[in-house]
Design a protein around this ligand. Structure first.
Ligand code: NDP
Ligand code: MG
Length: 383
């Protein structure tokens, strides 16, 4: 029986994970559950799964049921709990970093939805995994697709958490988001409601905005680089509006493998828990080719969606730049969601933070978190 710590149990990925685990009670159980402030949602999950450990990060000053942990430390305690074998990190944002590091330091497998972890602390995560024998398996659908296409070619020496051999190119697909066909001027005036109206995926609010700006794709390019150690020059992004092909790998001989499925996180969550095996699961939505007669591809419109190039440049620059990109984006998205910033200002906010923090250090956790905090302040002060 595999004990799972589900961090972010009340979120979109958290709910998917509960559905997946409910179909495999002989194989998995939840040993730890956490949420941020959604106490009722967490209590519901606790009543259902009776985990050994429960943590609510933000108790809002109220008394908690006996035995519940609180504060950011509860994520670390859940990740390191002795009943836990796999940590499914489905927290949104930089808040997920320490839990990933804690799990790896305890030698556990991390099924990682929290891509921000790898963007901020790629080098730290790699060091922790190497030093203590923990591993990272991606939940993000594109990276799950890459991993599946790479079957038999992962492992051995080389850069990255999952070093790969013989790869010519990664082709990461993007739905293009709700503004894929909009002209630049219309995107400049886009409202929050329009940005939240994703054409193919139902997800949490932060990643939905990231998908509209293509910040999500920038985070994913950096995530792919950190995971597989493939240089940025070999990672391409292509728009694929149907979201059926989740990504592709081109090998040295020109062969291209793609992984397909309907847009649903059921399979990526399941696969991260069972990798390298596959488990029979009739609950994963099935793909019917006849229902998807047209799979199309188009280039990214970098001029309309500058956030993607900003993020990739930050990734290439390394040091604190990816953490600054991520934090500025998180702060800008929070402001878009609370109505104090126009959607179109996201790249402006990120660019300003990257320029002002160009010399920021990023060689350890504390300097990365200092750069993160400084980036948030810059975006906060933006008119
Ligand atoms: P949601 O916003 O739906 O859920 C986030 C979860 O994290 C909630 O349980 C929330 O608790 C908790 N949380 C939020 N802030 C904190 C914090 N500061 N400390 C601790 N816990 C916190 O997000 P998603 O499920 O959509 O996304 C989760 C992660 O997975 C993100 O990194 C996202 O990029 C990634 N991802 C998501 C996909 C999807 O389909 N949704 C696809 C691929 C990747 P509470 O409810 O109490 O606020
Ligand atoms: Mg993705």
């Amino acid at each position: 029986m595999i004990g799972i710590a589900l961090l972010g149990a009340t979120g979109s990925i958290g709910e998917t994970a509960q559905r997946v685990v409910a179909r495999h009670p002989e194989r998995f159980r939840f040993a730890a559950l956490t949420a941020n402030g959604n106490r009722d949602g967490l209590a519901e999950a606790v009543a259902r799964w009776a985990p050994a450990y429960v943590g609510l990060v933000d108790a809002k000053g109220a008394a908690l049921p006996q035995g519940w942990g609180s504060g950011a430390q509860c994520l670390v305690d859940a990740a390191q709990h002795p009943d836990v074998h796999v940590v499914l990190n489905a927290v949104v944002g930089a808040a997920g970093l320490d839990a990933t590091l804690a799990a790896l330091t305890a030698g556990k497998r991390v099924a990682l939805a929290n891509k921000e972890t790898l963007v901020i602390g790629g080098a730290l995560v790699q060091r922790a995994a190497r030093a203590h024998g923990g591993s990272v398996i991606p939940v993000d659908s594109e990276h799950s697709a890459l991993l599946q296409c790479l079957a038999g070619r992962v492992g051995g020496s080389g850069e990255g958490l999952l070093p790969v051999q013989g790869v010519k190119r990664f082709i990461i697909t993007a739905s293009g988001g709700p503004f894929r066909t909009w002209d630049a001027e219309r995107v400049q005036n886009a409202s929050i409601a329009e940005a939240l109206n994703h054409p193919t995926w139902a997800m949490g609010r932060k990643i939905t905005i990231d998908s509209a700006s293509l910040a999500n794709k920038a985070l994913e390019v950096i995530e792919a680089h950190v995971l597989f150690g493939v240089p940025y020059e070999k990672i391409e992004v292509v728009v694929h509006p149907q979201s059926i092909i989740h990504s592709m790998v081109e090998f040295e001989d020109g062969s291209v493998l793609a992984q397909m499925g309907v847009p649903s996180m059921e399979l990526p969550v399941l696969y991260a828990l069972t990798y390298p095996e596959r488990l029979e699961d009739d609950g994963v939505p099935r793909f019917d080719p006849v229902k998807h007669p047209a799979l199309t591809f188009e280039p990214v419109r970098h001029d309309v969606f500058p956030t993607l190039s900003l993020g990739i440049a930050a990734g290439k620059q390394g040091g604190a730049a990816p953490a600054v990109f991520n934090a500025a984006n998180e702060a800008a998205v929070a402001r878009v969601l609370d109505g104090s910033l126009m959607f179109a200002r996201i790249p402006v906010a990120i660019e300003r933070a990257l320029a002002q923090l160009a010399g920021a250090r990023g060689d350890d956790r504390d300097s990365l978190l200092a750069a993160d905090a400084a980036a948030r302040r810059i975006v906060q002060e933006l008119a």
